[in-house]
Design a protein around this ligand. Sequence first.
Ligand code: HEM
Ligand SMILES: *[C@@H]1O[C@H](CO)[C@@H](O)[C@H](O)[C@H]1NC(C)=O
Ligand SMILES: *[C@@H]1O[C@H](CO)[C@@H](O)[C@H](O)[C@H]1NC(C)=O
Ligand SMILES: *[C@@H]1O[C@H](CO)[C@@H](O)[C@H](O)[C@H]1NC(C)=O
Ligand SMILES: *[C@@H]1O[C@H](CO)[C@@H](O)[C@H](O)[C@H]1NC(C)=O
Ligand SMILES: *[C@@H]1O[C@H](CO)[C@@H](O)[C@H](O)[C@H]1NC(C)=O
Ligand SMILES: *[C@@H]1O[C@H](CO)[C@@H](O)[C@H](O)[C@H]1NC(C)=O
Length: 594
Amino acid sequence: MAGGRFVLLLVIMNVPWSFQTSDTVNPCCYFPCQHKGVCVRFDLDKYECDCTRTGYYGRNCTIPELWSRIREFIRPSPAFSHYILTRFKWFWDIINATFIRDTIVRLVLTVRSNLIPSPPTYNSAYGYISWEAYANVSYFTRVLPPVPDDCPTPMGTKGKVQLPNSTLLVETFLKRKRFIPDPQRTNLMFAFFAQHFTHQFFKTFGRMGRGFIKGFGHGVDLSHVYGDTLERQHTLRLFKDGKLKHQIINGDMYPPTVIDAPVHMIYPESIPKEKQLAMGQEVFGLLPGLMMYATLWLREHNRVCDVLKEEHPTWGDEQLFQTTRLILIGETIKIVIEDYVQHLSGYFLKLKFDPELLFGVQFQYRNRIAVEFNHLYHWHPLMPDSFSIMGQDYNYSHFIYNYSMLTDYGVEALVESFTKQIAGKIGGGNNLHPHLLYIAAGVIEESRKLRLQSFNEYRKRFGLKAYKTFRDFTGEDEVSARLEELYGDIDALEFYPGLLLEKTHPNSIFGESMIEMGAPFSLKGLMGNPICSPEYWKPSTFGGETGFNMVKTASIEKLVCRNVKRCPEVAFHVLDPEPGGRHPSREKKSGDEL
Ligand code: HEM
Ligand SMILES: *[C@@H]1O[C@H](CO)[C@@H](O)[C@H](O)[C@H]1NC(C)=O
Ligand SMILES: *[C@@H]1O[C@H](CO)[C@@H](O)[C@H](O)[C@H]1NC(C)=O
Ligand SMILES: *[C@@H]1O[C@H](CO)[C@@H](O)[C@H](O)[C@H]1NC(C)=O
Ligand SMILES: *[C@@H]1O[C@H](CO)[C@@H](O)[C@H](O)[C@H]1NC(C)=O
Ligand SMILES: *[C@@H]1O[C@H](CO)[C@@H](O)[C@H](O)[C@H]1NC(C)=O
Ligand SMILES: *[C@@H]1O[C@H](CO)[C@@H](O)[C@H](O)[C@H]1NC(C)=O
């Protein structure tokens, strides 16, 4: 390398070191180590790839060991697996009734989870294994280390010295022209569940800068119901029978006002305190959809407390509260796997929440939220042009921070309206409402500050092939040509634009990468919860068989219908219009394939 010789010359000439480094490209900027090999820099211009336990060897960890060669040969491609899993309903109906279902679900869970390092490795400040990165849980973790600071381009060595203007990117490629409905028929009930559920662990800590997380739960801890500090929890609690504070309006239970439960909530100043509702997550006043879910979980908590107290009259407030919290955590995981992920995956394989599936395999019951997972989950294209509540249309300025809508309409009417309204398709581009463009620009800007590696490096990290051309990536000519012009090199394409602009699977909400990268984070986060561990997963943890069964039989429909007076239509996708037609359209579609 010319750079190397130049440095050697400088050394001979005895020029100060600081001068020399500026001219030597850090060899790790080339990302030479393949198959999860770790790049370590030696001297100025030397590097070594640590290929330990990667199954590969050689300078760049590119030569497969025998078993890797065999595995490479027999492993179905992710695209093939996806194809099989989302077709042939008749086949999966047979599998569902056999023990093979357990085997396949176990395989899905382990293969996905194994892609997530556990214990966690890097964070935005530490691109190498360190005690600080392990122990300081104020950071989001990182699956791939940051691009080294001294690289010639933001993506290492590929692409231009300056990345495309983020505003230009979102205006050109993400901005909605005409609403594109999701072909999987995802509805707003799903969209608000997604936002509500994930905001218990996606809480970027603005005050500490990007790369930091607020709260230390790093997973499904229901801090969005109970608060992320003990103080907040105590302020929200009634300290009677394990229950949470609440108020009754029109005969129904709602969260208390911030006067009754003085916790910090983010609301515009114009909204009087007696109208501001208090919840675990301070941002949930933003949308009636979030307040609706907060209300449902509040009612569920207080309902479960009653059931437990009935069975355990000797238990005090604290034990009733704590046990109820564990039951609600279990219900959440059950609903997320069997209703939410089931819908999102489009799989005909019936997923199953059964922690015992993992008892015979190696699995770490821990989790750390990654910044990549956070970025990936910016699913704002789900949001429609306007919100239709009982036939009445509300635009963004009427809907956002509308504090009275929840109590005006009540939970039933909102559930029914959100179930009926289709959400936007997430992948494929040009489907983000103009009001939300700035958020996408913000993610892109943040990813640059945090020096996220390129989309193709992430593809490789998650077992996918790097795209060779932009044409290959979008599957068309126009957008790919514009992207190429802006980025210069497919290996310089960024993470978030990559996820949103990739060609989508046929009739799917997004493309291959969102699934292959999102599913591992998601399943690891769900199954890595302590309640799924052998020590916890037993009736006594949940107050006996009654509580254990509540966890094992939870569903989104029950969450709603056990907590309202009139059970409305409830699902995570738009249902067929025919009267009595409760079956998802997907199932009908699959019939055609027979
Ligand atoms: C009208 C509806 C929505 C509005 C107005 C909205 C608004 C926002 C805003 C202002 C931020 C903070 C951005 C920043 O700090 O740079 C944010 C973050 C985020 N939003 Fe949304 N959002 C909406 C719907 C959704 C939905 C449906 C999802 C689905 C999953 C979602 C997922 C996220 C995520 C994951 C973050 C990052 C949170 C964090 O790290 O703190 N949002 N949103
Ligand atoms: C290893 O990677 C570097 C950087 O990408 C490349 O220049 C070199 O030729 C590779 N060496 C081998 C043996 O593959
Ligand atoms: C799958 O099998 C379970 C029992 O093993 C049954 O309860 C369920 O209804 C079946 N689901 C489908 C879609 O066939
Ligand atoms: C984590 O690191 C940040 C930045 O160095 C520091 O401000 C913070 O106090 C650390 N947190 C803990 C819990 O040590
Ligand atoms: C990006 O372009 C917009 C106008 O399209 C401009 O206002 C903004 O300053 C540019 N941002 C940067 C970082 O250059
Ligand atoms: C929402 O609708 C009202 C009138 O119905 C209008 O005054 C307002 O400008 C609209 N806001 C947006 C953001 O479209
Ligand atoms: C909030 O929603 C209600 C309907 O529940 C509507 O009457 C009201 O105008 C909305 N408020 C604002 C500020 O748009």
